[in-house]
Design a protein around this ligand. Sequence first.
Ligand code: ADP
Ligand code: MG
Length: 396
Amino acid sequence: MSMTNKKTIEDVAVQGKRVLVRCDFNVPLKEGAITDDTRIVAALPTIQYLINNGAKVILCSHLGKPKGPSPEFSLAPVAARLSELLGKDVVFAADDNIVGENAQKAVAEMKDGDVVLLENTRYRAEETKNGEALSKEFASLADVFVDDAFGTAHRAHCSNVGVTQYVKDCVAGYLIQKEIQYLGNAVNAPVRPLVAVLGGSKVSSKISVIENLLDKVDKLLIGGGMAYTFMKAKGYEVGDSLLEPDFIDYAKEMMAKAGDKLVLPVDTVIGKEFDNDTETKIVPEGGIEAGWQGLDIGPKTVELFSDILKTAKTVVWNGPMGVFEMPNFAKGTNAIAQVLATLEDATTVIGGGDSVAAVNQAGLGDKMTHISTGGGASLEYLEGKDLPGIAALNDK
Ligand code: ADP
Ligand code: MG
């Protein structure tokens, strides 16, 4: 794929240029206050680089899903927080048209090294339809376009895809560069052995990931809710466990194709109810009784998966091993996170919203080589799809 060969901010001249940066400032807000500024902090390296190199830095992002202009979705609080983090003025271009008179005026007044933040790109409905007018308006502010919003890279919107049709230099910021480097290399040019760990609730939502990865990995470990459809396909009863009957044949096909590449749980923690405090038992393969459901992988499976993971040089993990939101069924997921954290010369890449949450909940986020910032986008990357937001950037 050409996706790994994109120009970055270091490949273009930015001094004195108006540089429009599509950021991911989709932060959680409570009564107008930012409750988690991780995404703003993550955007700092790109912004700081552009400031240091004398660009006029024009930032844009969506925030939530507003239906037209509405104050509770304004990016004004982001401008204030960003200004604190950068230790310099960030001019907020309040403007219901996003690129209206006020924004144009703010940009016209910029000096090299100044920072302007535009209003929420979703104040206009055309944004998510990749409309021409708004795309051209964004482009009218930019000599150079930088995309640093991986979380929306799987969508074609005006502010990440449309705009690139009207700007000559379109490049990746540091965040997208890092995602391409780690996700791209893990899947397309891995140091082997490459082991993928897949879990989560449904086979149906991960079919394309399984298919794409099966050809590339040395081992594919399957846990979580999706494992029961495979167990059923092997001929075992799975009680009240998550099961997708329509995908049993598919699971059979995958098992036949994969041979011993595909590794399933050898024991299961089952519970009476879908409840943290329910009665539990650990049962071997094929031992899930009627009236019980599988809620986590068992200790023998943890051991089996750990032994395989310890041989890996690259690990890609998507999907928790059990219902990790309930402490009593988070043990398998935590144990796998712990193993990854102790791998010394392996690249460990975590993608998927819940998997990232699980790793962070275990306090092991900083022990992983790369934690993807985009749930949906990382999933589509693992499916082998071209992400429109990345495909639109210039090749080296
Ligand atoms: P990701 O967001 O990392 O891609 P998914 O969204 O596919 O992961 O799956 C996460 C969900 O899967 C979690 O909410 C978790 O509780 C659920 N899950 C994992 N194992 C089981 C299980 N055995 N039974 C029911 N749900 C499960
Ligand atoms: Mg999820």
